[in-house]
Design a protein around this ligand. Structure first.
Ligand code: GLN
Length: 239
């Protein structure tokens, strides 16, 4: 019997754009290839929040989607914070990255409150930052993806950037930062989806989750030649 690993996907109905669903597929498939039994929980507003999870992921959304989930997210925020503090790996993309921060003040002046897992603040601007993006990260090497957002994010002292921008915009138009990291929580603007082209990131989430739950993770590396081909082609695309 293979060992279960629970993957909790936050708000797939409202927060799931530009291919973000691919992140769930990659985690599920890689867990299977490593010999685990992935158990997927889709959490939408009003659902019962699970007692625990081994990996938590969430995607991007329109400002309207973010407004829609705000109250529910604030309700489950304390549980997510406890999970983050205990080292549970999480990947939050764009709209949920912003709301894992302190707040998102939209272009219209509306403040959407976040849960403050990440020490970041986001301000809606009139310029949309759109296109392919390439960053360099000390922990994960080159990270390749696609961004599309009008919110610009600034890091506080308790968050470090996930990567530095090589091509594209990233968090904002003022510094070179992309994404944020606190413990095993990763926030990023990268869609595309991000995980199929960045298996190192997927393996980080999986390895942290498995080690935390079962004490060790020792497997031969998976054959990632297809992902390598996708990376080589994506990296050559213009902004
Ligand atoms: N609505 C947010 C913004 O425009 C997030 C967009 C997204 O998730 N792609 O900044």
């Amino acid at each position: 019997m293979s060992q279960p690993i629970t993957v909790l996907q936050l708000y797939p109905r409202d927060m799931n754009i530009y291919g973000d669903h691919g992140n769930l597929l990659v985690i599920k498939r890689r867990l299977e290839r490593y010999g685990y039994d992935p158990q997927i929980i889709e959490y939408n507003p009003g659902d019962n929040f699970p007692e625990t999870a081994d990996i938590v992921i969430g995607g991007g959304g329109q400002d309207s989607g973010q407004l829609k989930i705000q109250d529910d997210l604030l309700k489950i925020g304390p549980q997510l914070k406890t999970m983050a503090e205990s080292g549970i790996p999480m990947l939050m993309v764009c709209g949920l990255y912003q709301l894992f921060g302190k707040f998102f003040k939209t272009k219209g002046g509306e403040v959407i409150h976040g849960i403050g897992v990440l020490d970041v603040e986001t301000y809606g601007k009139s310029e949309r930052l759109i296109g392919n993006i390439l960053t360099e990260s000390s922990d994960f090497g080159q990270i390749i993806g696609y961004e599309n957002h009008s919110g610009q994010t600034y890091l506080g002292n308790n968050a470090k950037p996930l990567g530095m921008v090589v091509l594209g915009a990233g968090n904002n138009t003022d510094d070179n930062h992309e994404g944020a990291r606190y413990k095993n929580v990763i926030g990023t603007y990268l869609h595309g989806s991000i995980l199929p082209k960045n298996p190192k990131l997927a393996d980080f989430l999986i390895e942290q989750a498995v080690t935390k739950r079962y004490g060790e993770f020792s497997h031969a590396p998976l054959d990632d030649s297809l992902a390598e081909k996708a990376r080589a082609s994506a990296i050559k695309r213009p902004r």
